[in-house]
Design a protein around this ligand. Structure first.
Ligand SMILES: Nc1ncnc2c1ncn2[C@@H]1O[C@H](COP(=O)(O)OP(=O)(O)OP(=O)(O)O)[C@@H](O)[C@H]1O
Ligand SMILES: [Mg+2]
Length: 213
């Protein structure tokens, strides 16, 4: 059996990842594909505990390297327990953030050495990369404005320049991997964003399933 596709959704806070994830899930289900939706950090008991630790403001300023190590530990578990078995089982896995987020937040945002992150990525992913990454891009203030009513966690209280570095890192990743990473302008009405997103998704499905034959 052909394995399922591994799709990740990325972008800074409030750009619309969760909203778009739901649209992707709906579209895949409508076309009769078995789907697994998950998120990082998270997806397993260990992953959700790591998420709590990282977002807990009372934990008191975890350093970039500590965050990176925790996140990759959670990612190893997530891959082993959830993602790899689901893909092997023919399911399409849609994940809210993955390793690109670690390059963007812990690398670009907190200054963790890129090479160190690459070594950890190699260790836990063993060559598995997303088949498609949808990067939702909008000015930082647009995303932060969209979530301004919500309770803010530790990351959301970071200063503006932190998120600017994160956004820039994401755009650099997209420039380096244009085949895998598709950047979508998220600074538009939601219908326009999901419209383009689903078009890119349909194109990807055609390529991915065509390649399987
Ligand atoms: N294109 C858009 N135009 C206007 N509002 C939007 C758009 N996309 C999403 N929103 C709204 O912005 C808010 C944040 O969206 P969403 O939760 O999907 O973002 P997110 O990227 O998942 O955020 P987080 O990084 O915090 O998980 C929601 O209230 C959503 O309805
Ligand atoms: Mg979200």
């Amino acid at each position: 059996m052909k394995r399922g596709a591994f799709i990740t959704v990325e972008g800074v806070e409030g750009v619309g990842k969760s909203t778009c994830l739901a649209a992707i899930e709906r579209s895949l289900r409508e076309s009769g594909r078995p789907v697994l939706v998950t998120r990082e950090p998270g997806g397993t008991t260990l992953g959700e505990r790591v998420r709590e630790l990282i977002l807990d403001e009372h934990e008191g300023g975890l350093s970039g390297p500590i965050e990176a190590l925790l996140i990759f530990a959670a990612r190893a578990r997530h891959l082993q327990r959830i993602i790899v078995p689901a893909l092997a089982d023919g399911r399409w896995v849609v994940c809210d953030r993955f390793t690109d987020a670690t390059y963007a937040y812990q690398g670009g945002g907190r200054g963790v050495d890129r090479h160190a992150l690459e070594v950890m990525a190699q260790m836990v992913q063993e060559g598995l990369e997303p088949d498609l990454t949808l990067l939702l891009d909008a000015p930082v203030e647009v995303g932060l404005q969209r979530i301004s009513e919500r309770e803010h966690d530790r990351f959301e209280k970071e200063n503006f320049s932190f998120f600017e570095r994160v956004r820039r890192s994401y755009l650099e990743i997209a420039a380096r991997a244009p085949q895998r990473v598709r950047t979508i302008n998220a600074d538009r009405p939601l219908d326009d964003v999901t419209g383009e997103l689903l078009k890119v998704l349909q194109q990807f499905i055609a390529e991915f399933t065509g390649a399987a034959r």
